[in-house]
Design a protein around this ligand. Structure first.
Ligand code: ADP
Ligand code: MG
Length: 278
């Protein structure tokens, strides 16, 4: 392992933290009394005078799987940037559970609170094995140097094995991540989030560039995760959305255009006009 890779690892994991490493709230401590794990109200943000998010309000229930669709530029990624502390809104309210004001926390703290995010492009460490990638994600940056040569606890090994099975990479665990297919890299990155046991998982276009078979396997994976984690999925692939969707939110021009089942939003005239009927 070169110093460069270690540096890269530290950078990548700056905001990551495995279970037990500085978690700010333990799972039982998140206040879900009002039936919401995530709550955005009247959130706005402008970039150079352009309102990317415009008085957006969204509620996510504990254990919910929410799909977000909408045209390019609708503000879907920016919404995730706001939830994860990467972008600060100009106004509005963002709460995790009933009591945690996410606007008071840094990006690193928000990751530690149990919000995991997968970006559009996979960012695994190509020179490291599948197993090492997961191990690193589990241990977090603080123990980076020891983790590579150190030992995992029995419980950590069990969880790692469980995640390897979930993402169907058991047979690839000793392969370099760089040799995986695009779809497998995406699964590995989801696995790197799962070993940190996030309460809320944000997936931005998880099946972009995947084959039909990989897309189907990703749908199966997400359905398996439902309930254990609250999940927000942004996707354009309607077949995939149809496969996993419960409630669908359509975003356009930084605000909610429609909400309901996929059938309901697909029948909505405004949704057809701005998105589906292109
Ligand atoms: P989506 O993910 O729905 O395609 P985005 O959230 O990426 O949309 O972008 C919404 C709008 O905000 C776009 O017009 C984009 O160019 C703009 N935008 C997003 N992030 C930034 C930024 N950091 N600086 C300037 N403009 C941005
Ligand atoms: Mg986007």
């Amino acid at each position: 392992m070169s110093p460069d890779l270690l540096e890269q690892g530290s950078e990548r994991l700056r905001s990551a933290s495995g279970p037990g490493y500085g978690r700010l709230v333990q799972p039982g401590q998140l206040d879900l009394a009002h039936g919401r794990i995530l709550y955005l109200e009247d959130v706005s943000v402008s970039f150079d005078g352009f309102r990317a998010i415009n008085r957006l309000s969204i509620d996510i229930a504990p254990g919910e799987l929410r799909c977000i669709i909408g045209p390019n530029g609708a503000g879907k990624t920016t919404m995730m940037d706001i939830i994860t502390g990467k972008t600060r809104p100009d106004s509005g309210t963002v709460y995790f559970g009933g009591t945690i004001n996410l606007l008071r926390h840094s990006e690193a703290e928000i990751a530690q609170l149990g919000i995991g995010r997968k970006f559009q492009r996979p960012t695994v460490f190509e020179a490291m094995s599948v197993f090492e990638n997961l191990e690193l994600a589990m241990q977090g940056a603080r123990t980076l140097r020891t983790s590579l040569w150190g030992r995992l606890s029995g419980a950590q090994r069990d969880r790692l094995a469980e995640v390897l099975m979930l993402i169907r990479l058991q047979d690839q665990m000793n392969r370099s991540a760089g040799l995986l297919s695009h779809g497998q890299k995406q699964w590995l990155e989801i696995g790197m989030l799962l070993v940190q046991d996030p309460r809320l998982l944000l997936l931005d276009e998880p099946v972009a560039g995947m084959t039909d078979q990989e897309t189907e396997r990703t749908a199966e994976l997400i359905l398996t995760l439902k309930g254990r984690h609250s999940i927000i999925v942004v996707e354009h692939d309607m077949g995939f959305i149809d496969r996993i969707a419960e409630k669908v939110t359509v975003l356009a021009e930084g605000a909610v255009l429609a909400e309901g089942t996929l059938a309901q939003v697909q029948a909505n005239d405004r949704v057809i006009e701005v998105y589906l009927g292109r």
